[in-house]
Design a protein around this ligand. Structure first.
Ligand SMILES: *[C@@H]1O[C@H](CO)[C@@H](O)[C@H](O)[C@H]1NC(C)=O
Ligand SMILES: *[C@@H]1O[C@H](CO)[C@@H](O)[C@H](O)[C@H]1NC(C)=O
Ligand SMILES: *[C@@H]1O[C@H](CO)[C@@H](O)[C@H](O)[C@H]1NC(C)=O
Ligand SMILES: CC(=O)N[C@H]1CO[C@H](CO)[C@@H](O)[C@@H]1O
Length: 680
């Protein structure tokens, strides 16, 4: 087969990961999903009228407003021929046009895999070990946050609920095996991935056992979605909406196969994600964290419709000094945490058969639960946070932190925020995140604007790029001045090798986001001509104003194909007013007790209360974590309550070494000229 030839052709191929082609097409399952226009509950009529289905299998899968999907399973025992994997079932064909149903469809099962890597290099890693930079998790614990009260669903290949390092934190009364449709999420023999993930989130502390989770007092709920076979849309939708009234965070370290393909959630799963952020957590929205994938910089997470959803938070990994070797190019990635690496250290976590493992614990599968744990600490610090508050908090409190990006250079976007094509806004800092969470003001309501579809009919020639620029006028999008996500629908075709297609989007501020770049495996497996209509998502324009000229550049890697863009359109998400709250950064400052501070993002001022003057606040502030220390006096002559050091996007240090918060503004402030004023 041509694969070996292409191996030589694509000389950069590394044998560290072996791809097996599983079909993007999927196979017919025994499940049928429907929507009905009948008013009565299907429980009253479906079984009676459709005896070809297992009666007890009927259930509601997802309900979002008046959109309700039900699922039923074909009964093999009532038929002589086995259900075919290749063709639509005759029973489905017979009923699909019945007036009872708005839709009636046999589900296709797709292959979904854990986001792990498989190499051999035993090593050890300790969460709170001596590593720089640090994710500052123990500092967040020191501030009193440990995840208590937060419920985290581990959506994976199961969870060993009686593991001695997890059992005290597991709630087995609301857990679920969606894959086998029963109430026990215990994994099959050999499936330890979900148990590895669970330990990183919430393994117990101080029990003399294995490891400790980032949110070691949080509650875990096992939701099994992965097993030996494929899974359907309704199963994924059920898993991502399971116990929506209780669960705060759904931690997802799985998805389509890495390396090649374009796969996205089905209609029901998309509805479940939107329902989760709309109706979960009492209307504040649940948090869906998602592993960005391990396809290395030879893959692009934008081809993974789960990671590139605006409703999920895609998390990638760092190793010492740079992005992890397996991290993908990812315009949808918001942030990174340590994910373990055979090039430095593996992580350590719980595993099945009541074990403890560090060998091979590397992958975005493992950086994602660490992020879920950090988010749990922030939700504990401020339970009012919405799903979008969490995304804004991540943008504000993650920074480059000295990590280089092995694919390209870091850039600064038009809102002054540094980002990388691989690492998003950078490395998560639990202390910053909880500190900023405490005094967070809910961001303004989300606005959206969509452009009409721009028709292009531009084709690339050779290796040079073609482009199409469109001006967005104020009248096109008057509701958004501060961007969050940008999605781009592109309808394109290629005359050969899909994976050589590349897309770059440039904003009016000149920020360039790599929506798609050369993916050698996709170019290998999809070698003939074709076309695709795909939605790409980027977080890189966060904080920018959408008004101005947007340019879509397209090309084919080394001119190996001719890429044609037929049409494209943009959808902007964001807010009308500045989402950054005018928070008092000195809220934790000891000076606060006897004065007031105010901040408008460009300048900062503090004022002592009338009766306090003459003594220096710094003298009583002893350590950065000692926030309860307070001064009784303050004076104009000293640095009372004043920011003494702050770099854009970094922690603000107030006088006395007190960390007051994280500064994010449009102009980079290094010096704070406004001295404390004294009324005395
Ligand atoms: C966890 O945090 C809560 C709230 O701050 C606190 O009451 C509890 O003692 C903490 N538990 C542990 C084991 O640290
Ligand atoms: C998308 O492109 C294909 C050809 O590549 C074309 O047939 C189809 O009409 C296009 N659709 C839209 C909405 O532009
Ligand atoms: C392409 O995708 C967009 C967004 O999902 C959709 O609105 C449009 O109808 C699609 N076009 C085609 C030709 O499928
Ligand atoms: C007005 C005011 O808040 N005064 C406080 C100044 O700080 C001391 C020490 O913490 C407090 O006891 C006062 O109440």
């Amino acid at each position: 087969m041509s694969f070996l030839l292409l191996l030589l052709f694509y000389t950069v191929y590394s044998l560290s990961l072996v791809y097996s082609v599983t079909s993007e097409k999927g196979t017919y399952s025994d499940k049928v999903c429907f929507r009905t226009s009948r008013k009565e509950d299907p429980k009253e009529w479906f079984c009676k009228e459709y005896p070809e289905f297992k009666c007890e299998s009927l259930r509601k899968v997802v309900e979002y407003g008046d959109v309700i999907y039900y699922r039923a399973v074909l009964d093999q025992s009532k038929r002589s021929k086995a259900i075919s994997k290749d063709i639509e079932d005759p029973i489905v064909r017979k009923h699909k046009h019945s007036n009872n149903f708005i839709t009636f469809e046999q589900e296709i099962a797709y292959r979904r895999v854990p986001k792990t890597t498989d190499t051999q290099w035993p090593n050890l890693w300790h969460l709170n070990g001596n590593i720089s930079p640090s994710m500052k998790v123990s500092e967040a614990w020191g501030l009193g946050y440990n995840g208590t009260g937060i419920i985290i669903g581990i959506v994976d290949d199961g969870l060993q609920t009686d593991h001695s390092d997890l059992d005290a934190n597991v709630d087995t009364t609301i857990d679920k095996d969606v894959y086998d449709d029963d109430s026990d999420p215990s994994p099959s023999t050999g499936d330890s991935h979900g148990t590895n993930v669970g330990g990183l989130v919430a393994a117990e502390i101080n029990n003399g056992d294995c490891t400790v989770g980032v949110a070691h007092q949080a509650t875990l709920v096992g939701i099994r979605i992965l097993g030996p076979g494929s899974v359907t849309d309704s199963q994924e939708a059920e898993a991502l909406g399971w116990q929506l009234t209780d669960i705060d965070i759904y931690s997802n370290s799985w998805g389509p196969t890495d390396g090649y393909g374009f796969e996205e959630p089905g209609t029901m799963t998309k509805t479940a994600l939107q329902n989760g952020v709309t109706n979960g957590r009492g209307g504040k929205g649940v948090i869906f964290t998602w592993a960005a994938g391990n396809g290395e910089t030879k893959d692009n997470c934008n081809a993974d419709g789960y990671a590139n959803s605006i409703y999920t938070i895609a998390i990638t990994s760092v190793q010492q000094g740079e992005n992890a070797w397996y991290s993908e190019v990812c315009a949808a990635a918001m942030a990174a945490t340590y994910g373990g690496s055979n090039q430095d250290q593996f992580l350590t976590t719980t595993t099945t058969s009541s074990g403890c493992i560090s060998e091979n614990v590397q992958g975005t599968s493992y950086s994602t639960p660490i992020a879920s744990g950090i988010i749990a600490l922030a939700l504990q610090a401020n339970p009012k946070l919405t799903w979008r508050d969490i995304q804004h908090l991540i943008v504000l409190t993650t920074t480059k932190s000295g990590f280089s990006d092995t694919y390209s250079s870091w850039q600064t976007n038009g809102a002054g925020k540094e980002f990388s094509q691989v690492l998003g806004f950078g490395f998560m800092d639990a202390q910053s995140m909880v500190t900023r969470a405490i005094s967070w003001t809910t961001v303004p309501v989300q606005q959206t604007c969509s452009t009409t579809s721009f028709t292009v009919s531009g084709t690339t020639s050779g290796s040079s790029h073609s482009s199409d620029s469109r001006a967005i006028q104020n009248s096109d999008c008057s509701t958004i001045s501060y961007l969050e996500h940008v999605t781009v629908d592109i309808n394109f075709s290629y005359d050969r090798r899909r994976g050589v297609t590349e897309f770059y989007l440039e904003s009016p501020d000149g920020t360039e986001s790599h929506l798609l770049h050369y993916r050698y495996a996709d170019a290998t497996y999809y070698s003939s001509a074709g076309s695709l209509n795909w939605t790409f998502m980027s977080v890189h324009f966060w904080g920018e104003n959408p008004i101005g000229t947007w340019t879509l550049k397209f090309k084919s890697y080394q001119g190996l194909s001719a890429v044609t863009v037929t049409s494209w359109s943009l959808t902007f998400y964001g807010t009308t007013t500045d989402p950054l709250p005018e928070t008092d950064f000195c809220v934790l400052s000891p000076c606060q007790n006897n004065g007031t501070c105010s901040n408008n993002q460009y300048s900062y001022s503090c004022q002592c209360a009338d009766e306090y003057s003459g003594k220096d606040c710094e003298s009583t502030a002893t350590s950065t974590s000692d926030h309860t220390t307070s001064c009784t006096t303050c004076t104009a002559e000293s640095n009372v309550g004043r920011i003494v050091a702050a770099v854009l996007g970094s922690v603000v240090i107030c006088s006395g070494g007190i960390i007051a918060g994280v500064l994010y503004s449009k102009s980079s402030l290094k010096v704070f000229p406004t001295a404390a004023t004294n009324t005395a």
